[in-house]
Design a protein around this ligand. Structure first.
Ligand SMILES: [Zn+2]
Length: 419
């Protein structure tokens, strides 16, 4: 199983927007971009929503049948490890092996020796084609990289082998993720991580490093954009060189997590993948649910009331809701509109405040992030919530499709034909 060049991860908290999301991918294809969808959901998310991997598979299959989608599509067991992989085995064909927690864990002497022996040829001046300045690699550099990443790669290999034994060779796609950590991995580290993966027999097709800058949930990229550009470009060149040098799949590409709303860097990533003719996988992380709330607000009446209730409840429970996301959100509580103020808003005003249109006078990143982490409130509303989005399916789905196609895909492929 070989992942296509351009793939887009569509996250969907409540599993009701499969068709609306697939419509956005279909629009891209109609406009000449050969994009394939990957339904991604993590174990953590399933636990909060009380859904299961079988639900995600069903959502994907149903959307594909309903729209008569004839192209490949995948279901991603997102951020799994040895403890959580089992429940996904029969329902997924894409596995994101999350080994962030194993960075810095100890590897055996045998693995360390084998790596240092193989990597020794890169000691001295390491020249990566396309990168002007050479890297200077010492034995200490290699020992430090082994100390940081060899244990994590060994863990990835263990998860990979477990999945392979269950599903069979070549029947699934493997991604390796190290993004949920504090320190970004440098392009040089990425190069040697890829060597380790090839040595340990993990045919990784996508890799999600931690990039520099902040990838906060549901809002734009924050960081030094020029630095990001340089790092992303070097990562692309490292991957191209690693494919040449090591035993790795020829379609290996970068995977960008928390890709929702990172509008500033989309044109940069788009430009660079075209410059080097690379592919990309982008995971959008659950902002589809915000489009549901926007749809409810626009629908008015009881639906608008429910949107306001979700906000006022989230406002009261800020601390609890924000705690698990402390490192990936940035809300100034004093800057949030009070629930009593919001109760007087029209549906339009609510929608404009929540919708991410950079520069729109009503757009409020704090309001947006609070509702983003507030999906637990909707999960608690249970059937009442699902019924409400079902009753207003047309307007909700319109928001979902437009968000993915117009605000995301078009920024990555600015030359896209208007469909
Ligand atoms: Zn991630």
């Amino acid at each position: 199983m070989r992942l296509e060049k351009y793939s887009f991860g569509i996250g969907d908290r409540f599993g009701r927007q499969g068709m609306a999301q697939l419509k956005a991918i279909r629009q891209a294809r109609a406009a000449g971009i050969n994009l394939v969808p990957v339904w991604n959901k993590s174990n953590r998310e399933h636990q909060i929503i009380h859904s299961s991997p079988a639900d995600t598979r069903r959502e994907a299959d149903n959307a594909v049948a309903a729209l008569n989608w004839k192209f490949p599509y995948y279901v991603d067991a997102d951020h799994i490890n040895l403890n959580t992989v089992d429940a996904f085995l029969d329902h997924s064909d894409f596995f994101t092996l999350d080994v962030a927690d194993y960075i810095g864990s100890k590897a055996t002497q045998e693995l360390t020796d084998a790596f240092l022996f193989r990597a020794a040829r890169y000691e001295g001046v390491l020249k990566i084609p396309g990168i002007d300045d050479p890297f200077h690699i010492t034995r200490e550099t290699l020992t430090a990289i082994a100390g940081n990443f060899l244990g994590a790669v060994h863990e990835a290999a263990a998860i990979y082998q477990g999945i392979r034994q269950h599903k069979g060779d070549g029947s699934f796609i493997a991604e390796v993720s190290m993004d949920e950590v504090d320190n970004p991995q440098t392009p040089v580290e990425l190069f040697f991580i890829l060597l380790m993966l090839s040595m340990q027999g993990v045919p990784v097709q996508t890799i999600a490093p931690k990039f520099s800058g902040r990838f906060n949930k549901g809002v734009d990229y924050q960081g030094n954009v020029e630095q990001f550009r340089k790092e992303f470009e070097q990562d692309l060149l490292v991957i191209a060189y690693a494919i040449q040098s090591f035993d790795l799949p020829g379609n290996l590409k970068l995977s960008v997590h928390s890709g929702s709303d990172k509008f500033t860097i989309y044109p940069i990533m788009g430009e660079l993948i075209r410059k080097y003719d690379n592919g990309i996988h982008i995971k959008t992380a659950g902002t589809t649910w915000l489009e549901e709330v926007i749809g409810l607000a626009l629908a008015g009446d009881k639906a608008l009331d429910m949107a306001k209730t979700i906000y006022s409840t989230a406002y009261k429970r800020q601390e609890e809701l924000c705690a698990p996301y402390a490192t990936v959100i940035d809300i100034d509580p004093a800057g949030l509109p009070s629930p009593s103020e919001v109760s007087g808003w029209s549906g339009e005003k609510f929608a404009h405040t929540l919708r991410h249109i950079p520069g729109h006078p009503d757009y409020h990143p704090g309001f947006r992030q609070l509702i983003h982490v507030g999906y637990k409130i909707a999960a608690e509303l249970g059937e009442a919530y699902l019924e409400m989005i079902g009753n207003h399916a047309r307007i909700v789905e319109e928001q979902v499709t437009t968000n993915i196609f117009d605000r995301h895909i078009k920024r990555l492929f600015p030359d896209i034909k208007q469909s």
